[in-house]
Design a protein around this ligand. Structure first.
Ligand code: SAM
Length: 238
């Protein structure tokens, strides 16, 4: 069944986003009376088209549907800003995999610079990825922050993937933890972390882990660690 994001639900009526209205009316050429799924505010509904206007389509809610696409663990990815379009790629793929929030961070060896308004584009990418993979909660992409300004005490577990960590694996850290609700995952830039950044993170309670014997690109490391965390806690049925 075709699924659309709504901008508002009022008095049992869903008002679709403008791009969704256009898609429903002009691309899919859907008719009044056809049933659709509507996503609003992290919830999923069965609805019937009442108005197929290409600028403002409306649907009448029939009932709420069960959602099974969202993980029960919130993983926030703190991704060091990579060069070029790699952040777009990381946002798209980590959204598909089940990340809950993304915070682009600037670390000492980041070459890329934070650009005003970049998060709008990244939020759009997250939204498009959710439509494609049928998630109902769009991960929020924050404004870029400096690593030193982030307080990780909010999380049940904060993990930094460090390329020079040889003794502690991600697996060994997860095995010691019961199911968690909020996890921070910190990934370094192309040039890696400076030792003093790792020391600072460790001093604030962040666990330093290895992701294995091969050095992954920054954007691959986030995807691999996110997948491992969600898989470990049974949030990925693969
Ligand atoms: N320039 C570094 C080097 O040559 O060792 C590699 C940095 S790596 C491309 C970018 C980031 O991905 C790292 O800072 C780390 O967060 C993560 N990463 C990649 N492979 C990793 C591994 N095997 N273990 C832990 N973290 C890894």
């Amino acid at each position: 069944m075709n699924r659309f994001f709504a901008k508002e639900i009022q008095d049992g009526k869903a008002f679709l986003e403008s791009d969704e209205s256009y898609h429903l009316a002009m691309v899919l050429r859907m008719e009044i009376g056809q049933e659709i799924e509507v996503v609003f505010d992290g919830r999923l509904y069965l609805a019937r088209i009442k108005n197929n206007d290409k600028r403002q389509a409306e649907a009448e809610i029939i009932c709420e549907k069960e959602v099974n696409s969202e993980p029960n663990i919130n993983v926030t990815l703190f991704q060091s800003l990579p060069k070029g379009s790699k952040m777009d790629f990381a946002v798209q793929k980590c959204t598909e995999l089940g990340v809950s929030y993304i915070v682009p961070i600037i670390t000492k060896r980041c070459v890329a610079k934070a650009k005003e308004g970049k998060e709008d584009r990244l939020n759009r990418i997250a939204y498009e990825a959710c439509k494609q993979c049928k998630r109902v909660s769009v991960p929020h992409v924050n404004k870029c922050k400096s690593l030193k300004d982030v307080d990780f005490s909010f999380y049940d577990l904060a993990i930094v993937a460090y390329e020079d960590e040889n003794a502690v694996s991600l697996k060994s850290v997860l095995e010691k933890r019961e199911k968690l609700s909020k996890v921070a995952l910190i990934i370094g830039p192309e040039g890696g972390f400076e030792r003093e950044e790792i020391d600072g993170l460790k001093a604030s309670g962040v666990m330093c882990v290895s992701l294995g014997r091969r050095i992954l690109r920054s954007e691959t490391a986030g995807m691999a660690a996110l997948t491992a965390i969600l898989y470990h806690y049974g949030e990925m049925e693969i």
